[in-house]
Design a protein around this ligand. Structure first.
Ligand SMILES: [Zn+2]
Length: 401
């Protein structure tokens, strides 16, 4: 087909969608920002990389403990058939298992295996959310009555900066996935307006969706590119502070609860396994053995978090997460950041920011020394957060010294 012909066809197709050229440019840019750069060919290098038991255990215990993953991955004696399409029974590819069929494990060479000490350790700190003037947009900012404004994104950045400093003093390399209270992505909600309308088939609900595509999906995808450009990480720590939904969002009030938990990547739902992109992203993590390192790091951080905060674990009620321990301190959950960052990702969720015991203290942000809350002198929340993270990491990398 000649060039002009192709152009005419293009214009005609756009006409059919009711789009002009500017709108279609917006759509293309939005989809590039939101989409995955992975393709099925990326799996070829893992042919023969892991044993059969390694694969099956990873799927059953971590990645899909509650879903029927065998619809998409048919395990045979010497390898696994992986569905690559939207429906089972379409295109698929075969990856062979390592060695004999016997129960050999962990044939993947783990980047962390046998590592000792902090020198040269590469850690990414990902301060959850954006904070600053974006706090209200991303709904991670609140005040109770005339009380102070609490912004999760500002607290997480203060925590990440403290940890990065400490790690560098110990000889590790540290990257902040976000360094200021501004988005890492150059795009904004308006850049996702056409995409939001296209997804919803109209304008209803489009402004809210466009905002979420900006501050969540595009922002996290851009942080993932940043981590990859840095060369990937031995460990990514996603820094968050938990909160509960307000009973009446119009009049937010504090609740009496408080808890803490840690997340590793996993627990894909049926609908998530049905997405070819998510299925591929899962497999890339599995073959890298990230779940082993995530489990090892998460267990050490659970210990340190429990010791420092004295808090009970948490309960997810909606089936999106799977408890990996009895007390609800360690969970597997499929989140975009932990699915696409280049390295093992452990998510930290200590405290309930809108709990009575935490709000005033958390809203005070970072400070040096001690301040009084509830008749008790306390270091800042970022100080305490940094302390238990470093205690957990010392346990892992320098035998607790
Ligand atoms: Zn958060």
């Amino acid at each position: 087909m000649g060039c002009g012909m192709r152009f005419l066809l293009f214009v005609w197709l756009l006409g059919g969608l009711g789009l002009d050229a500017g709108e279609s440019r917006d759509l293309e840019r939005a989809r590039r920002a939101l989409g995955s750069e992975r393709n099925w060919g990326d799996l070829a290098r893992y042919d023969g990389a892991v044993g059969r038991d390694f694969f099956v255990e990873a799927m059953e215990r971590t990645y899909a403990p509650t879903a029927d993953w065998r619809r998409w991955m048919r395990v045979e004696a010497d390898g696994v058939w992986i569905e690559t399409g939207e429906e089972p029974g379409g295109e698929r590819l075969f990856l062979s298992f390592a060695g004999e069929v016997s129960a050999r494990k962990a044939e993947v060479e783990l980047p962390e295996a046998g590592r000792k000490g902090f020198a040269g350790l590469r850690v990414v700190l990902d301060p959850g959310h954006i904070g600053g003037r974006w706090g209200p947009v991303e709904e991670r900012s609140f005040a109770i009555g005339d009380g102070p404004l609490l912004q999760e994104g500002d607290l997480t950045l203060a925590v990440a900066k403290r940890i990065a400093l400490r790690l560098r003093e110990l000889g590790a390399e540290a990257l902040l996935a976000r360094e200021t209270a501004e988005p890492v992505t150059a795009l904004r909600a308006e850049d996702f307006w056409e995409e939001a309308k296209a997804r919803l088939g109209g304008e209803e609900g489009a402004p809210a969706l466009a905002e979420r595509l900006f501050y969540r999906t595009a922002e996290i995808r851009e942080r993932a590119r940043r981590i990859e450009a840095w060369g990937g990480a031995d460990l990514v720590l996603a820094i968050h502070i938990n909160a509960s939904g307000f009973e009446d969002p119009e009049r937010p009030a504090l609740h009496g609860g408080n808890d803490a938990h840690v997340l590793v990547h996993g627990c894909y739902l049926e609908s998530e396994l049905a997405s070819p992109t998510q299925r591929l992203e899962l497999l890339l993590r599995l073959f890298e053995g990230y779940h082993l390192e995530e489990g090892r790091v998460a267990r050490a951080l659970v210990e340190a978090m429990r010791e420092e905060t004295g808090l009970p674990g948490y309960r997810y009620e909606d089936g999106n997460a799977f408890a990996l321990d009895e007390e609800g301190y360690l969970w597997a959950r499929n989140l975009l950041a932990s699915r696409i960052y280049a390295g093992p990702v452990v998510y930290l969720e200590p405290w309930q920011a809108n709990g009575k015991a935490v709000y005033e203290w958390a809203a005070a942000g970072d400070y040096e020394g001690l301040r009084e809350f509830d008749g008790e002198l306390r270091p800042s929340l970022p100080t305490v957060y940094c302390e238990f993270v470093m205690a957990g990491l010392r346990e892992l990398y320098s035998g607790g010294e």
